[in-house]
Design a protein around this ligand. Structure first.
Ligand code: AMP
Length: 228
């Protein structure tokens, strides 16, 4: 595939990027680092959906139960949300997705949407992680209720306990981060989302990252990969 290039920090870099991997594999943390270090436009469908629930919007009322149970929200709703989100941003300058696509239907719909606009995905980063690692990470995870920035009590603590470094919002544990729901989300991931690894491998734009490594090692590898 021809690689279009954006520009970041004086060096060329791939700017249309998908983060793929199970819940708790570090996608949100990686996305936040790519945003602060290289100015990526980041979106997380999980965060967007939680915002809809918090607003008690029409979409929020439809999706609340799916989120609580750790099940996937229907494809049509997610695709409409992603399209309206990208329409409000500047996808031609790049996009960084955390948590989308999550099904083959979403992946092929996004390929069609992005392909017709000359905005095809340039890099899929697959954060490979075991169920046990995911569980140990998620129990320490805290997210900003206002902006969605993700912290970890041990690995990525905020500067002030309970407060977001980015916006000063309060930090909380997500309702769906309990062990039982995380185990269910992992099963849903294996069934619905893991097939995307083969899908993107076939498109030759997938790179595997070992999510058990330190964040610094992972970021160094990702930076090299995005500049290739
Ligand atoms: P996340 O914050 O990415 O872990 O997502 C939290 C929850 O939002 C998931 O367990 C799903 O219920 C829902 N969700 C997020 N992204 C998607 C998606 N692309 N497709 C379907 N459901 C999603």
């Amino acid at each position: 595939m021809a690689k279009g290039r954006g520009f970041a920090g004086g060096f060329e870099m791939r700017r249309r990027v998908i983060l793929l991997g199970p819940p708790g594999s570090g996608k949100g943390t990686i996305a936040a680092r790519l945003k602060t270090e290289f100015g990526f436009e980041h979106f997380s469908t999980g965060h967007l959906l939680r915002q809809e629930v918090a607003k008690d919007s029409a979409v929020g009322r439809q999706v609340g139960l799916f989120l609580e149970r750790g099940e996937l929200v229907p494809d049509e709703l997610v695709l409409a949300l992603v399209e309206s989100t990208l329409a409000k941003s500047r996808p031609e300058q790049g996009y960084l997705s955390d948590g989308f696509p999550r099904t083959l239907v979403q992946a092929s719909a996004f390929d069609a949407w992005s392909g017709t606009r000359g905005l095809a995905i340039e890099q899929v980063i697959y954060c490979e992680s075991s169920e046990e690692l995911v569980l140990s990470r998620i129990t320490g995870r805290r997210s900003c209720v206002a902006c969605g920035h993700v912290y970890h009590a041990l690995f990525v603590p905020p500067k002030t306990v309970g407060r977001c470094d980015e916006c000063g919002g309060g930090l909380a544990q997500r309702a769906d981060d309990s062990e039982a729901v995380v185990r269910r989300r992992f099963q849903v991931y294996l069934r619905e989302t893991e097939p995307l690894v083969a899908y993107y491998k076939d498109q030759e734009n997938l790179t595997v990252v070992d999510a058990s490594q330190s964040l610094e090692k992972i970021m160094a590898r990702i930076e090299v990969m995005l500049r290739q």
